[in-house]
Design a binder for this molecule. Structure first.
Ligand SMILES: *Cc1c(COP(=O)(O)O)cnc(C)c1O
Length: 405
């Protein structure tokens, strides 16, 4: 099969991100289709017995089984790697499949993992509940405090694991500081970059080793499929991830891979537009929320304690922010009064969505862990979509008034 436009791959690597988003990882069949084809196949056939023997032996290129390789998944992997500036990428069935694989493929009993306290609920479950079951020690720290990273290092520390900005408290991690510290101690950094996407933040530019994604969020961007991805060096993907991936099978379906692949073509446009709208909506909300005794958690606003750092390490601050209105009752009143913005716990969507993390995405963790990470009873998280900002403002204006704010 002829790849891309027939140019050699080294030449396509030089394209800039906006070009990669629509051209990277395009493999054309003999039909010359403009839109990438979808290969819904679980297996492959071979012209002769030696061909398949060579492929299984690793002596010849070519696909053998869709748990291991699929052309549609491979196109997605190539496009994400090019956008990320990574040597290699493996797509995953979901964001949690990606996080689980990125940690379990490299950690063993006796190792130690330092993780951010502010994190997506299931990511915290991996750290608090799953890893310890296999004899892997974990420490949870305030990721926005640079000193806590160093203080948590032990002789057996193998991995740093964090999100930035974090779900749902929007804590921002100092990528350069934490990646430098990890490098100095031979520690592998695993960054969950779901909130930013490669359009807004590329952690590898700061020295991150592994960047993992929920591609369900901004990459798909239209709330259609679950997907994930892991980016790293070719060597790490081949030697550390692949033995785990091949044999445990957190593989993406070709259909989902195709949907995300097409989603990437508009990723940058969406991410930047939604970021601008999120800042505008944040600016509108802030005085009302402050007056009612609440507070904002928005890296795009000067009131965020790491606003300058966020601007320095991100191209834009993303579509998601949170704000605290004091009580669950008020938070629910706002949710129930909205007419345009949907109540939904998804994010990264082109539709504006709002949820109450304490009773949804972070309901499973104990109340202590919740309050420690700042997931308060009055906290609301919003994903700002592509609707007209005036309509979004009017909807929130009315919803706040209905809640007495
Ligand atoms: C949604 C999310 C995940 C999990 O991704 P799924 O695709 O839902 O499995 C992991 N990390 C972060 C930061 C997320 O927002």
């Amino acid at each position: 099969m002829k790849k891309t436009t027939g140019m050699d791959r080294a030449a396509t690597r030089k394209w800039r991100p906006a070009t990669q988003a629509v051209r990277g990882g395009t493999w054309r069949s003999e039909h010359g289709e403009t839109s990438e084809a979808m290969f819904l196949t679980s297996g492959y056939t071979y012209d002769d017995a030696q061909t398949v023997a060579d492929r299984f032996a690793g002596d010849a290129d070519g696909m053998t089984y869709s748990r291991l390789q699929n052309p549609t998944a491979a196109m997605l992997e190539e496009r994400i790697a090019l956008l990320e500036g990574a040597e290699a990428c493996r797509a995953q069935a979901s964001g949690m499949a990606a996080m689980t694989a990125a940690l379990l493929c490299q950690l063993s009993a006796g190792d130690h993992c330092v993780a951010a306290r502010a994190a997506f609920g299931s990511c915290r479950w991996l750290v608090d509940s799953l890893l310890p079951r296999f004899g892997i020690e974990t420490s949870v720290i305030d990721s926005a405090d640079n000193d806590q990273w160093e203080a948590a290092i032990q002789p057996n520390t193998k991995v740093f694991f964090f999100e930035t900005p974090a779900n749902p408290t929007l804590d921002v991690v100092d990528l350069q500081h934490v990646c430098d510290l990890a490098k100095a101690h031979g520690i592998i950094t695993v960054v969950d970059n779901a909130f930013a996407s490669p359009a807004l933040q590329r952690p590898m530019e700061f020295g991150a080793d592994v960047v993992a994604y929920s591609a369900t969020k901004l990459m798909d961007g239209q709330g259609r499929v679950l997907a994930g991805a892991i980016c790293a060096s070719e060597e790490w993907i081949t030697e550390t991830l692949m033995p785990f991936q091949r044999n445990t099978g957190p593989t993406i379906s070709p259909f989902n891979a195709w949907v995300v692949h097409k989603g990437l073509e508009t990723l940058s446009l969406r991410a930047h537009h939604q970021s601008r709208s999120a800042v505008a909506l944040g600016e509108f909300l802030e005085p009302r929320v402050l007056k009612a005794g609440g507070h904002m958690r928005h890296p795009g606003l000067p009131s965020h304690h790491r606003h300058n750092l966020a601007l320095a390490q991100m191209e834009a601050t993303g579509p998601i922010f949170a704000f605290d209105v004091g009580t669950r009752q008020r938070a629910f009143a706002i949710l129930d009064a909205m007419e345009l913005i949907d109540i939904s716990n998804n994010i990264g969507d082109s539709k504006s969505l709002m949820c109450h993390p304490a009773s949804t995405t972070h309901a499973n963790m104990g109340e202590d862990a919740r309050s420690e990470m700042g997931v308060t009873e009055g906290l609301l998280r919003i994903n700002v979509g592509l609707e007209d900002i005036a309509d979004l403002t009017e909807d929130l204006d009315r919803a706040l008034a209905a809640a007495g704010i």
